[in-house]
Design a protein around this ligand. Structure first.
Ligand SMILES: Nc1ncnc2c1ncn2[C@@H]1O[C@H](COP(=O)(O)OP(=O)(O)OP(=O)(O)O)[C@@H](O)[C@H]1O
Ligand SMILES: Cc1ncc(C[n+]2csc(CCOP(=O)(O)O)c2C)c(N)n1
Ligand SMILES: [Mg+2]
Ligand SMILES: [Mg+2]
Ligand SMILES: [Mg+2]
Length: 345
């Protein structure tokens, strides 16, 4: 498996021309390749379909998350792909696989977290599936959202003349994960360890990410947003996805990318560059996207009125493909399409 990376594998699985023809005939307007599929529901409505999996030892360990966090984050990461399409989440199906020995209290706690997130984002859990398995716990959450015709915000819609924006801090989740793995303390014992209170924002970002549904809806309703993607694998990887799908280049301006105080402090204590966490860490679930430069100020005003942040961090470039980082001294370096990859990491 190590010779095939995650994204090449998805291309191999996508079924080719025959599948695409079936998709079209079945009312699929956006198929495999974006954050979620867009399907015709009626003349004035579209369904948005997505699923995301969290599996033990890959997405969480006993030392990185409490049981309720696992359920919360499984729902949050799936809801985030609806936000990345500018949609409104409606229904969810939950598939749970766990070893026969799993204590019922653990399952209860995971579901408390899952429902807490579902309630927060007004998602109705309509069903699911439960099986035993050999190995750790796996949770797969399917979410169905809604939008209007021709309103889904696609990765492929960036245009020359666009600015690039992001809805909040990145890198905190990856730093929180690193901190928790270093501490290596079972989550039941976190409350007894004063040291673990040192970076509450980083731990919160890792364990309880906030999918940006309100921001996604605002971007859709504004009519100004072109491309949109959520940051699950790191800014570099997500910006690359927009650049590749839209056939343009992206310049990100280092000094404009927002960074939290806790990440600055943590990275400096570790002797590391905060940018490494921001560009390549992932699991932030902020939205990164593009909008025409002439509407950027108006878009920022709309966000301000809604009490939401929006940072302008770069622009679309016509003279190169891929993603570059413009450093503080004005020099530009190409960023590799590096980020979290399930089969090469
Ligand atoms: N096994 C699969 N079979 C068919 N389609 C798949 C499969 N895995 C992923 N896809 C599709 O590939 C596209 C990209 O999926 P991917 O999981 O990389 O996006 P994402 O959910 O935004 O990212 P992440 O999982 O990192 O949050 C989506 O359209 C998804 O539906
Ligand atoms: C114990 C442990 N080790 C590593 C990670 C990091 N991690 C796992 S999956 C992923 C990308 C998003 O997932 P996906 O692409 O499946 O949506 C990242 C950054 C973690 N969360 N826990
Ligand atoms: Mg996504
Ligand atoms: Mg996914
Ligand atoms: Mg991923």
């Amino acid at each position: 498996m190590s010779s095939v990376d995650e994204f090449t594998l998805i291309d191999l699985l996508n079924g080719g021309q025959q599948t695409i023809a079936f998709q079209r005939a079945g009312g699929v307007e956006t198929g495999i390749g974006d954050d979620a599929a867009v399907v015709r529901a009626s003349s004035d409505s579209r369904w948005i379909l997505t699923c995301d999996t969290m599996t033990e030892d890959i997405h969480f360990k006993r030392v990185t998350m409490r049981d309720a966090d696992i359920g919360y984050k499984a729902m949050a990461s799936a809801v985030s792909d609806i936000a990345a399409m500018g949609g409104t989440p409606r229904y969810a199906l939950v598939a749970l696989s766990m070893p026969k020995s799993t204590p019922v209290e653990q399952v209860r706690a995971m579901y408390d977290g899952l429902y807490e997130c579902a309630n927060r984002y007004r998602v109705v859990v309509a069903g699911g599936d439960t099986t035993s398995c050999i190995g750790g716990v796996t949770l797969t959450v399917t979410v169905i959202g809604e939008t209007e015709p021709d309103r889904a915000l696609l990765r492929s819609a960036a245009r020359l003349g666009d600015v690039v924006f992001i809805t909040g801090f990145t890198g905190d989740s990856a730093a929180g994960l690193e901190w928790l793995l270093g501490k290596n303390k079972p989550s039941e014992e976190w409350d007894d360890d004063p040291e673990l209170k040192q970076y509450p924002g980083l731990i919160q970002a890792h364990c309880r990410p906030e999918p940006q549904i309100q921001a996604g809806e605002l971007l859709r309703r504004s009519g100004f947003c072109h491309a949109l993607n959520d940051v699950s694998d790191g800014i570099a990887s997500e910006a690359w996805e927009i650049a590749a799908a839209s056939n343009i280049g992206i310049d990100l301006i280092e000094d404009r990318i927002p960074v939290s105080g806790e990440l600055l402090e943590y990275a400096s204590k570790q002797g590391k560059d905060p940018l490494d966490y921001m560009l390549y860490g992932g699991e932030d679930y902020q939205l990164i996207g593009t909008a025409p430069a002439e509407h950027a100020v108006e878009l920022q005003m709309k966000f301000k009125e809604a009490g939401l942040p929006l940072y302008l961090i770069g622009y679309v470039h016509g003279e190169h493909s891929g993603v570059r980082l413009v450093r503080s001294d004005g020099g530009a370096v190409s960023l590799a399409k590096r980020g979290y990859n399930h089969f090469t990491g």
